[in-house]
Design a protein around this ligand. Structure first.
Ligand code: URA
Length: 212
């Protein structure tokens, strides 16, 4: 698995305010979208394209357009929704699917409770969004699930990752025969005893949407 942690001051700047406990929900949502757009720039570096001919006002030339099938963006509910706008802003012709995965607070295992995806993902490049790669359980399950349906190139994007989550995801995808990339805004220190990323930013879903 390829791990990309872009070194950019704007990423570190936005992450600082996301981490700050004084940041309110509306500001947190805006920053999460903006950070996602910066990460999307890295994550889509190898998006599949094909050449096509255009004319400028001066001369003919060859440009590129996104190939078919179009990339699929899949936020993992619910916190992944906070990254969706920031992603499709850069990739407006992508299709969007949804995957509901929840952490069992006792076992810390991921459970699938909803999905809305095309049945056949053959030949698809998929961008999987989940802000916090903590134990790596939900992301690893989601990657396996998409690969079983035919996805053949998966890029996971998170705002923050714990080293434990990266190792778990690496171990889990090693058995798959497809390229998997992880793009993360930061690799934090560790997970604490209740599965939170340290220093992290707290519960991303609660900070985006409040406690419901
Ligand atoms: N999920 C979160 O929202 N925050 C963490 O720190 C870990 C998992």
């Amino acid at each position: 698995m390829r791990v990309i942690n872009p070194d950019h001051r704007l990423i570190a700047h936005k992450l600082t305010y996301l981490r700050d406990e004084r940041t309110d929900s509306p500001t947190f949502r805006r920053l999460a979208e903006e950070l996602m757009t910066l990460l999307a720039y890295e994550a889509t570096r190898e998006v599949r394209v094909e050449p096509f001919e255009i004319r400028t006002p001066v001369a003919p030339t060859t440009g590129i357009k996104l190939s078919n099938p179009k990339p699929l963006v899949v936020p993992i509910l619910r916190a992944g929704l906070g990254m969706l706008e920031g992603m499709v802003r850069l990739l407006p012709s992508a299709e969007v699917g949804f995957l509901g995965m929840q952490r069992d607070e006792e076992t810390l295992e991921a459970v699938t409770y909803a999905n809305r995806l095309p049945d056949d993902l053959s030949g698809r490049q998929v961008y999987l969004l989940d802000p916090m790669l903590a134990t790596g359980g939900s992301m690893a399950d989601a990657v396996r699930y998409l690969a079983e349906r035919g996805a053949d190139d998966i890029t996971c994007v998170c705002l923050l990752a714990a080293p434990e989550g990266i190792s778990a995801l690496e171990d889990s995808v090693a058995a798959l025969d497809i390229p998997v990339t992880l793009v993360t805004g930061s690799i934090d220190e560790r997970l604490n005893e209740v599965g939170y990323i340290v220093p992290g930013l707290g519960d991303a879903g609660d900070r985006l949407y409040g406690v419901v």
